[in-house]
Design a protein around this ligand. Structure first.
Ligand code: ZN
Length: 99
């Protein structure tokens, strides 16, 4: 059983630009305590420990699912059908906000 040490991300970073603000999607990052002693930082695209090659996909997906269920209880409107946020997460960048 792998222990999850930290879960960050799943948020937008705001960058000021000449014409307004740009929102960049920062994907989830999960730090686990691997049996080899390493603490790899995992993401949806990186699920193995660099130290020993152990595959932590299951622990990562369980953590992401638990976080999603918590968020769904707090913000049910985010999970009600399609929304603009889904398109932003796909590209990693939102359109500029003009002020
Ligand atoms: Zn390891």
């Amino acid at each position: 059983m792998v222990t999850v040490i930290e879960h960050t991300g799943g948020r937008y970073d705001v960058q000021a630009t000449e014409f307004g603000r740009c929102y960049r999607w920062v994907p989830d990052r999960v730090v686990v305590d691997c049996d080899c002693g390493e603490r790899p930082v995992l993401s949806r695209s990186e699920t193995t420990c660099a130290g020993c090659g152990a595959d932590h996909t299951r622990a990562l997906l369980e953590e992401l699912d638990a976080r999603r269920r918590e968020d769904e209880l707090l913000h049910p409107w985010r999970y009600n059908g399609d929304c603009e946020g889904a398109a932003i997460r796909e590209t990693g960048f939102a359109e500029l906000e003009f002020v």
